[in-house]
Design a protein around this ligand. Structure first.
Ligand SMILES: NC(=O)c1ccc[n+]([C@@H]2O[C@H](COP(=O)([O-])OP(=O)(O)OC[C@H]3O[C@@H](n4cnc5c(N)ncnc54)[C@H](OP(=O)(O)O)[C@@H]3O)[C@@H](O)[C@H]2O)c1
Length: 288
């Protein structure tokens, strides 16, 4: 255990990087609330992880993060759980994400990739802010990607784009993750909370093999073999949550335990601010 026990929420805890993060945070002594979209998978993974770390305080909650009503319900459940335990929230790991080769709209009428990869973490973070700012060192870490380089984000049209290309939608959503983290970190200035975007590198997970077209699945089948195991990026997650020195380090974008310069689009304060405002509108949150 590193220092005092932390309480963390990890979305996308049923597979890949998120599942490994739940395991490694539990091993570090943290109290872990994990989120998955399927009740059956949540129950199965909770059983597996609790047998790997006997007695570990791991609890899975179910929410389909493509639906804003479910994100709100999840936030209410987490608030209830944490208030009942008398603990602040030390870490929120916005990890859940997807790659969709075909266009789908959510029940809220928003393009799925943008809804799950950006709007869900945006909304969940806003709703949990009161708990995060009660911690002596609240951390919001959002999984981004090297895919955010060399892309553009049309803030006004991204929720309902005129044409759809899976790779472009994924790249835009990952740029949104960095812009969101930069703006959130600016808003945290003067408090003890921090926001980070994590680039996990290429990781051997099933992300592009779920519900994608046969060509995407074939490419990913070979590409993922060159990836690292999920335990590699989880080391950086642990570092960002536990290292006391992080507070003094101004960097927001991290990879392999080190700060990294994000794409120049991600450094645009005007773009981050307009994404923030548009996200508030799309989530029916008051404009700030
Ligand atoms: N793998 C890489 O090389 C790589 C590279 C750069 C960035 N990333 C980022 O890392 C993060 C984790 O990806 P991964 O590679 O670990 O993929 P993964 O194994 O597919 O894990 C993604 C997680 O998100 C969950 N999820 C997907 N849609 C959801 C929804 N609508 N509601 C709730 N949960 C949902 C998945 O649930 P199920 O288990 O039910 O599918 C799963 O638990 C993503 O944000 C991804 O963009 C990954």
């Amino acid at each position: 255990m590193r220092g005092s026990p932390k309480t963390v929420v990890i979305t996308g805890g049923t597979s890949g990087i998120g599942r490994q993060a739940v395991l490694d945070f539990a091993r570090s002594g943290a109290v872990v609330y994990a989120v998955g979209r399927s009740a059956e998978r949540c129950a199965a993974v909770e059983r597996q992880l609790c047998s790997e770390v006997p007695g570990a305080p791991i609890k899975f909650l179910t929410a389909d993060l493509s639906q804003q009503a479910q994100v709100r319900r999840l936030a209410d459940q987490l608030k209830y759980e944490l208030r009942a335990s008398g603990r602040p929230l030390d870490g929120l790991v916005n990890n859940a994400g997807l790659y969709a080769s075909r266009r789908t709209n959510t029940v809220d009428g928003i393009e799925l990739t943008f809804a799950v990869n950006h709007l869900a973490p945006f909304l969940l973070t806003q709703l949990l802010l009161p708990l995060l700012t009660q911690s002596t060192a609240g951390r919001v870490i959002t999984l981004s990607s090297y895919a955010h380089y060399t892309t553009l984000l049309d803030v006004q049209r991204v929720a309902s784009p005129p044409f759809y290309l899976g790779l472009w939608a994924y790249k835009s959503s990952k740029l949104a993750n960095v812009l969101f983290s930069m703006e959130l970190d600016r808003r945290f200035q003067g408090s003890s909370a921090r926001a980070f975007a994590l680039d996990p590198g290429l990781v051997n997970t099933g992300i592009a093999g779920k519900g994608t077209d046969p060509l995407t699945r074939l490419i990913w089948y070979f590409k993922r073999r060159q990836g690292t195991p999920p335990s590699v990026p989880v080391q950086t997650l642990l570092h960002l949550v536990y290292s006391p020195q992080i507070q003094e380090n101004p960097a927001v974008y991290w990879r392999d335990l080190h700060p990294k310069k994000p794409d120049r689009q991600a450094l645009r304060v005007d773009l981050a601010l307009s994404l923030w405002r548009r996200s508030c509108e799309l989530c029916a949150l008051p404009l700030e």
